[in-house]
Write a protein that binds this ligand. Structure first.
Ligand code: ADP
Length: 482
C-alpha cells in the first residue's frame, strides 16, 4: 500500500473559493484503493459551515515553533465518502471570514499550515510516501521537509509533488518579513531557492524543492516555459522541464450529470437531448425574463469576472454581438468594471441579455443545461472546468486555444465532420466574434451538423478516471516502482 497525502488550502465540500477545491475534493476518491491510501489535510477555517465543524473529531494538539512564535496546532479528523480528512486547527490563523485575506498575513498563515502539515504526521502515525502539494499556499512543505524535518528518520525519503493550478498566484513578500515569519535560514533566500526578483516567493520554493512538478494541462505546462505565460518564472519552469508534466483536470461526473441533475428543469442524456434539452432553455428564459423563444441561440457564461477570462474581448464587441440573433446569459462576480459592463448590457438589451452578478451553484447548472453554446475566450487557462461541464451538458464551448481549453475542446472541422466546439487562436475581439458567428451559422443553418457535434461533445470523457491513473503512474515512478 502506498500512502499519499494531499496538502491543500481548500477542498469540496468543506471550503471552496475556486477550482482547486473541486480537484482536492474529487481526485482523492478516484485512486485505486487497493494500492493507494490517499488522505487529505487542510486548515480548519472558522468560516466553514457549522455542520462540517460539528462532524469533526478532536484528535490531539501540540505546540510548534514558527519563527519567533510558538503556535498551537490542533488536529481534527473526519472520514467523508471513504476518505480520511485531517484539519489543522488554530484560531489565531484561521479565524477570518474567508480563507484568504491579503499578504503578508496570508503568507504567515500558510507558512504555519505548511509546517504544521509535516509536524502532525508522526503524531497521527501516517507516513506518506508522497506529499502532494497544491499551489503557493503549500509551497513551503517541500522547503520545510528539506530543512529541519529530514533530520528525523520518519521523514527520510518522503517524496513531494508540487501542482500548479494557476501560476499567477505565487505568494510573494519581502525577504526580511518572510525570514521572520518562516524562521527559515539565509540559505533559503538565494536566487536558486526562494528568492525571485529580490522578494521571497513561496511557490518558487515549492517548485525548486519538490521532486516533481505538475500543472493541470499539457498545453499550460508548455506555455509556462515562455515569458508570456510564465509569470516571471518561465526560466525556472524551463530549468525544471524534465520534472514538469501536465495532467488535465476532470470533473465529478456524479455532480455534473444532466441525466440526474436535480438543479435543472428537465433531465436529458446523449440520446434524449434533441427533444429534452430545449425545455431547460424555455424555463431559464422565463426565470430570467428573457424573450421566450426556443429557437434563439443561447450563449452561456459562468465565470469569475477577471481579465484572465477574456472579458475585455467580450466588452469590446458586445454591442456588435447583440445585433445578432442570440441571447446571452452571464453569471459571475469579480472585477467591478466587468460586473458593471454586464449590468449595462443587461439594461441596454433587456430581454436579450441577462446578467446575474452573484455566486449561485444551482443557477450555474441551469445555465449549462439551457445554453446552446458556452463562451470562454480566456487570455490564459491552466485547465478550466467550465468547458468540461459544458461538454458534459451538450453545450458547445467557444474558446480561445490556450492551456486546458486547447487540450479539451476539439475545434469544429466542417469538412471532416469532427470537433466538439469552436475555437480561435489570437487574443483578438473580432477573431472571437467571427468564431461566435461561425457557431451561429452552424446552429441556424446546419442543425444536423450542430446536433452531431453535441453527440460528440457528450461522448467525451473528462471524468477523473484518466487523470487519476496518470497521477498514480507518477507516484509509482517517484516511489521507484513500476
Ligand atoms: P477558475 O478556477 O479559474 O475560476 P474554472 O473554469 O477552472 O475557472 O472553474 C470555475 C468553476 O466555478 C466552474 O465550475 C464554474 O461553473 C464555477 N463558477 C464560477 N463563477 C460562478 C458563479 N458566479 N456562480 C456559480 N458557479 C460559478
Amino acid at each position: 500500500m502506498k500512502n499519499i497525502l494531499f496538502a491543500t488550502s481548500e477542498a469540496v465540500p468543506f471550503i471552496k473559493t475556486g477550482g482547486l477545491a473541486d480537484v482536492a475534493g474529487a481526485l482523492p476518491k478516484c485512486f485505486d484503493k487497493k494500492y493507494f491510501d490517499v488522505r487529505v489535510i487542510l486548515p480548519k477555517y472558522a468560516c466553514m459551515k457549522q455542520e462540517w465543524k460539528d462532524k469533526m473529531d478532536y484528535v490531539t494538539h501540540f505546540y510548534m515553533d514558527l519563527g519567533y512564535k510558538n503556535c498551537y496546532v490542533g488536529i481534527m479528523h473526519m472520514e467523508y465518502e471513504g476518505i480520511q480528512f485531517y484539519f489543522i486547527d488554530n484560531e489565531y490563523y484561521f479565524s477570518g471570514p474567508k480563507p484568504y485575506d491579503s499578504a503578508p498575513w496570508d503568507l504567515e498563515k500558510f507558512a504555519f499550515f505548511s509546517k504544521a502539515v509535516l509536524s502532525v504526521l508522526p503524531v497521527i502515525g501516517f507516513r506518506p510516501d508522497v506529499i502532494h502539494c497544491h499551489d503557493w499556499q503549500t509551497g513551503l512543505v517541500p522547503v520545510y521537509l528539506h530543512d529541519s524535518f529530514q533530520q528525523n528518520e520518519f521523514f527520510w525519503n518522503i517524496k513531494t509533488v508540487m501542482t500548479i493550478h494557476n501560476l499567477k498566484f505565487q505568494g510573494v513578500w519581502d525577504v526580511k518579513t518572510v525570514q521572520d515569519i518562516t524562521g527559515l535560514s539565509d540559505y533559503y533566500f538565494a536566487a536558486d531557492k526562494l528568492e525571485a526578483y529580490k522578494d521571497a516567493n513561496f511557490l518558487k520554493g515549492g517548485i525548486v524543492f519538490a521532486d516533481a512538478v505538475t500543472t493541470v494541462s499539457n498545453t499550460y505546462a508548455e506555455e509556462i516555459k515562455t515569458p508570456f505565460y510564465g509569470e516571471r518564472l518561465d526560466g525556472l519552469m524551463c530549468a525544471r522541464a524534465n520534472s514538469l508534466r501536465g495532467i488535465v483536470n476532470g470533473i465529478d461526473y456524479d455532480i455534473f450529470n444532466p441525466e440526474t441533475d436535480s438543479c435543472i428543469a428537465q433531465n436529458y442524456n446523449a440520446t434524449t437531448f434533441r427533444k429534452e434539452k430545449v425545455k431547460n432553455k424555455i424555463q431559464l428564459q422565463r426565470e430570467l425574463g428573457l424573450e421566450e423563444n426556443p429557437k434563439a441561440m443561447m450563449i452561456g457564461i459562468v465565470s469569475r469576472l477577471t481579465d484572465q477570462k477574456g472579458f475585455d474581448l467580450i466588452a469590446y464587441v458586445m454591442d456588435e454581438l447583440c445585433q445578432d440573433a442570440v441571447q446571452i446569459v452571464a453569471l459571475g462576480t469579480g472585477d467591478e468594471r466587468y460586473e458593471n459592463m454586464f449590468r449595462h448590457f443587461d439594461w441596454k438589451y433587456h430581454g436579450k441579455v441577462s446578467a446575474q452578478i452573484y455566486y449561485d451553484e444551482a443557477l450555474s447548472h441551469r445555465i449549462y443545461a439551457a445554453s446552446d453554446a458556452f463562451l470562454m475566450p480566456s487570455l490564459f487557462e491552466p485547465c478550466g472546468l467550465s468547458q468540461l461541464i459544458s461538454l458534459r451538458y451538450g453545450t458547445l464551448p467557444i474558446v480561445r486555444e490556450t492551456g486546458g481549453l486547447k487540450d479539451t475542446v476539439e475545434p469544429y472541422n466542417e469538412y471532416e465532420g469532427t470537433g466538439t466546439g469552436f475555437s480561435f487562436r489570437n487574443y483578438n475581439a473580432h477573431e472571437m466574434l467571427n468564431t461566435v458567428r461561425n457557431a451561429e451559422r452552424i446552429f441556424y443553418d446546419k442543425k444536423r451538423e450542430w446536433n452531431k457535434m453535441v453527440d460528440r461533445a457528450m461522448a467525451t470523457d473528462f471524468s477523473w478516471n484518466n487523470s487519476a491513473r496518470q497521477y498514480e503512474e507518477m507516484y509509482n515512478w517517484l516511489i521507484g516502482e513500476k
